[in-house]
Design a protein around this ligand. Structure first.
Ligand SMILES: N[C@@H](CCC(=O)N[C@@H](CS)C(=O)NCC(=O)O)C(=O)O
Length: 214
């Protein structure tokens, strides 16, 4: 298995957590340095035409792309521990929480969006930070309400880790990068703190990866 990765990538963090939970170690981790724009190099563009990481090659064939699709693939090929609940409503809630992070919030703050704001609209660093903080807080505000539901337990959905927790952990890491205070979001913070006690989450954290600042 080959994982295309970069220390700072929140989407790759999600896949690393799932791999750790399932005891999967990739044979090779290929760095795509987002700070040097390597996601746009022709070699990587041939791997993922969207020019984004993660991408995963498992055996023969084209790379898998999109963190949630990769995580569901890993969940289907390595069913233990399961990352989705068994009941349809539970699965929908968990997928909803996960997509709120991965599909609604995170895409607004990725490098290609920040770079476009800077290049085309002349946003300076402060304006970009304001943009990123705004979209972080919008997601955190929604998550805080959703996590006050009685379906939440030690983790986002009951007492078993699911793909929702994986996504919450990535949202929390992004909040730290963009200096968003988590104090106004205690239900969110409690679940993430519980996750971070699990070494599969802690070991996958962006700041624990090769190349990350000390
Ligand atoms: N929705 C995708 C997001 C992928 C994505 O945008 N990844 C970021 C890093 S976290 C990236 O590679 N960005 C490159 C860019 O924006 O130029 C997923 O969940 O996999």
């Amino acid at each position: 298995m080959k994982l295309y990765s970069f220390w700072r990538s929140l989407a790759t963090y999600r896949v690393r957590i799932a791999m750790n939970l399932k005891g999967i170690t990739p044979d090779e981790v290929i760095e795509i340095n987002l700070m040097k724009g390597q996601q746009r190099d022709p070699e990587f563009r041939a791997v993922n035409p969207m020019m984004a990481i993660p991408a995963l090659i498992d055996g023969d064939g084209r790379a898998l792309f999109e963190s949630l699709a990769i995580i569901e693939y890993l969940d289907e090929t390595h069913p233990n521990p399961p990352l989705l609940p068994k009941d349809p409503k539970g699965r929908a809630r968990v997928r909803g929480l996960a997509q709120l992070v991965a599909a609604d919030s995170h895409p607004l703050i990725v490098p290609r969006v920040r770079e476009y704001l800077a290049d085309e609209f002349k946003f300076d660093e402060a304006a970009i930070a304001k943009w990123a903080q705004h979209w972080h807080r919008a997601a955190l505000t929604a998550l805080e309400t959703l996590l006050k539901d009685k379906a939440t337990g030690r983790y986002a959905h009951g007492d078993q880790i699911t793909v929702a927790d994986i996504c919450l952990a990535s949202q929390a890491a992004g909040a730290t990068f963009f200096k968003v205070d988590l104090a106004p979001f205690p239900a969110f913070k409690r679940v993430v703190d519980n996750c971070m006690q699990n070494e599969a989450f802690a070991r996958a954290h962006p700041l624990k990866q090769p190349g990350a600042p000390a």
